[in-house]
Design a protein around this ligand. Structure first.
Ligand code: HBI
Ligand code: FE
Length: 278
């Protein structure tokens, strides 16, 4: 059903809206409960321990869609971040400005029961279950703010697409190496039933060690599981990568070819070489 302008909640200049937690129906809380139970079970032994620590610290549970006011009390005390409700994807400059000021823009609608397995745009399960728990981790919280600041600069340099790739291959689809093996930290995987298994178990995708410039050259899929996952050793490594000024990187990248999502280069530190898709 097309939403007429009247349906779209009035947004402010920063595109924020009120979550209106009291307006959720029992059916909407039911969808959250079903998604939460399924992912919590599936992610055992798959998600990075820092994700579980965040879920517990924020007491994000199966009982229903969390109230952002309650989450913000705990999140602000932990790392100074807070969630602001937005109607959906917001313009890049607005998005980066929120992140640069430790405000995570989260959708507050939840998918329909028939969309349980796949949703193109982020909903409150993707944003709150997938993204918010890691904002409790001080280093990752610093990375997300540094990313927001970098995004504002990249916009000014016409290099947004480079940083969009960095976000995609880390915050959305990143893997991390632990003593027990590879684990998931990317929100796009944590909130996805199929990709939570595929990213670690399937021989098809490449798994390549994190390399900032390599990632910023690599295109990504938005309509299917990723063909390549990039693996960090720690959140410290990720945060340290954002320390330098990226301007020289953008100049160097301007002289290089973009890479297809499934490409493997001789200089790649390949952890697993996938099976090229037909
Ligand atoms: N808006 N609400 C929301 N969530 C996102 O993840 C998001 C966005 N706007 C822009 C955007 N992501 C990407 O274009 C940036 O990551 C580059
Ligand atoms: Fe996301």
């Amino acid at each position: 059903m097309a939403t007429s302008p009247a349906d779209v909640p009035a947004t402010r200049a920063d595109f924020t809206i009120d979550q209106d937690w009291d307006r959720y129906t029992a059916g909407e809380h039911g969808v959250w409960r079903a998604l939460f139970h399924r992912q919590a079970e599936l992610l055992k032994g798959r998600s990075t321990p820092e994700f579980l620590a965040g879920i517990e610290k924020l007491n994000i549970a199966a009982d229903g869609i969390p109230d952002f006011r309650r989450l913000n009390d705990m999140l602000a005390r932990a790392t100074g971040w807070r969630i602001v409700a937005v109607p959906g994807l917001v313009p890049d400059d607005i998005f980066f400005d929120h992140l640069a000021n430790r405000r995570f823009p989260s959708t507050c609608f939840i998918r329909k029961p028939e969309q349980m397995d796949y949703l193109q745009e982020p909903d409150v399960f993707h944003d709150v279950f997938g993204h918010v728990p890691l904002l409790v981790n001080p280093v990752f919280a610093d990375y997300m703010q540094a990313y927001g600041r970098g995004g504002l600069k990249a916009l000014g340099l016409g290099s947004l697409h480079r940083l969009a790739r960095l976000y995609w291959y880390t915050v959305e689809f990143g893997l991390i190496r632990t003593a027990d093996g590879l684990r998931i930290y990317g929100a796009g995987i944590l909130s996805s039933k199929g990709e939570s298994v595929y990213c670690l178990d399937d021989p098809q995708p490449n798994r390549i060690a994190f390399d900032l410039l390599r990632i910023m050259r690599t295109k990504y899929r938005i309509d299917d599981f990723q063909e390549t996952y990039f693996v960090i050793d720690s959140f410290d490594q990720l945060f340290a990568a954002t320390a330098p000024d990226f301007t020289p990187y953008y100049e160097e990248l301007a002289a290089t070819e973009d890479l297809e999502p499934g490409a493997v280069l001789p200089e790649d530190h390949v952890i697993h070489r996938g099976i090229a898709r037909a």
